[in-house]
Design a protein around this ligand. Structure first.
Ligand code: APR
Length: 236
C-alpha cells in the first residue's frame, strides 16, 4: 500500500479501469461472483443480440431489474475516491466497463464508458437514442415513438465497443504512468487488454480486488481487498 501510494503521488498521468466489483459495495451484484445470476441465467446468455432477438421481453426484464437496483443504489467510497483522485492528478482518465452510472453520480468527469450506459435506450427502427431513467419501465419491451423496438444502450457480447471511446481508452492506457485496475475479473476482452497495453507501455500497474485474477501475477502491486476500503486508503 505504501509503495502504491508513492507511485500515485509521483504520477502526473493516471488511468483507471473499473469493473463491476467497484459497484459491489453499493449493493449491485457482480456478473461472475456469487449472486451474479438472475433467474439462473448468466450474463453471457442474456447480454447478446441473439438473446434479444429471441426474447426481447426476457432480456428487458433482466435490465429493468438491474435498473431498479441501480436507481436504489448510491456511489460508495470507492467511486468517491476515484472522483477525488481525478482532482489531484494532472492527466487522469477513468475507463469503466460498468453501465450503472455510479461514477457519474460520484462526480467523475473524464469518464470513458466502454460498454455504454444502462439509462440510454436505442431504437432498432429509427436508431434514435434517448435517456430514460424510469424504473420500472411502463412496458417491456419499451417502444419508440416510431413504434420501433427499444434496446438498452449497452454493448453486448459480440458487439463492437464505441470506436472513439475505445480509441481514447487505448491512448489513456498507453500514456499512463500508473494504471489502476479495480474490481474486474479481467476475462472479458477487449476491455481486459487495456491492462496489457499499460504494462507494455511501462506503466506501474496496481490491482485492487479481493480475489486473484489472471492479471494478479503480472501487476506491480496487488491490493487484496474491497475497493470501497482500499481506494480511500490509497488516497489518504
Ligand atoms: N471491490 C473490488 N473488487 C471486487 C469487489 C469489491 N468490493 N467485490 C468483487 N470484486 C471483484 C471480483 O473479485 C471480480 O474479480 O470484482 C470482479 C467482478 O468481476 P465480474 O463480475 O466478471 O465483472 P466485470 O469484470 O466488470 O465483467 C466485465 O462482463 O458481463 C460483462 O459487460 C459485462 O462489463 C461486464 C464485463
Amino acid at each position: 500500500m505504501e509503495q502504491a501510494r508513492a507511485w500515485l503521488q509521483a504520477a502526473s498521468s493516471v488511468a483507471v479501469l473499473t469493473g463491476a466489483g467497484i459497484s459491489a459495495e453499493s449493493g449491485i451484484p457482480t456478473f461472475r461472483g456469487a449472486g451474479g445470476l438472475w433467474r439462473q441465467y448468466r450474463p453471457e446468455e442474456l447480454a447478446t443480440p441473439e438473446a434479444f432477438q429471441r426474447d426481447p421481453r426476457l432480456v428487458w426484464e433482466w435490465y429493468d431489474w438491474r435498473r431498479g437496483l441501480i436507481a436504489a443504489a448510491s456511489p460508495n467510497p470507492g467511486h468517491h475516491a476515484l472522483a477525488e483522485l481525478e482532482q489531484r492528478v494532472a492527466d487522469f482518465t477513468l475507463i469503466t466497463q460498468n453501465v450503472d452510472g455510479l461514477h457519474d453520480r460520484a462526480g467523475s468527469r473524464n469518464l470513458l464508458k466502454l460498454h455504454g450506459d444502462i439509462w440510454t435506450l436505442r431504437c432498432l427502427g429509427c436508431g434514435r437514442e434517448q435517456r430514460d431513467e424510469r424504473t420500472p419501465l411502463p412496458e417491456l419491451p419499451p417502444r419508440c415513438d416510431c413504434a420501433g423496438l427499444l434496446r438498452p444502450g449497452v454493448v453486448w457480447f459480440g458487439e463492437a465497443l464505441p470506436p472513439r471511446v475505445w480509441e481514447a481508452a487505448g491512448q489513456a492506457a498507453a500514456s499512463a504512468e500508473v494504471f489502476l485496475v479495480v474490481g474486474t475479473s479481467a476475462v472479458v476482452y477487449p476491455a481486459a487488454g487495456l491492462t496489457w497495453t499499460a504494462k507494455a507501455a511501462g506503466a506501474r500497474v496496481i490491482e485492487v480486488n479481493p480475489e486473484e485474477t489472471p492479471f494478479s501475477a503480472h501487476v506491480d502491486c496487488s491490493l487484496r481487498g474491497p475497493a470501497g476500503v482500499l481506494l480511500p486508503q490509497l488516497l489518504s
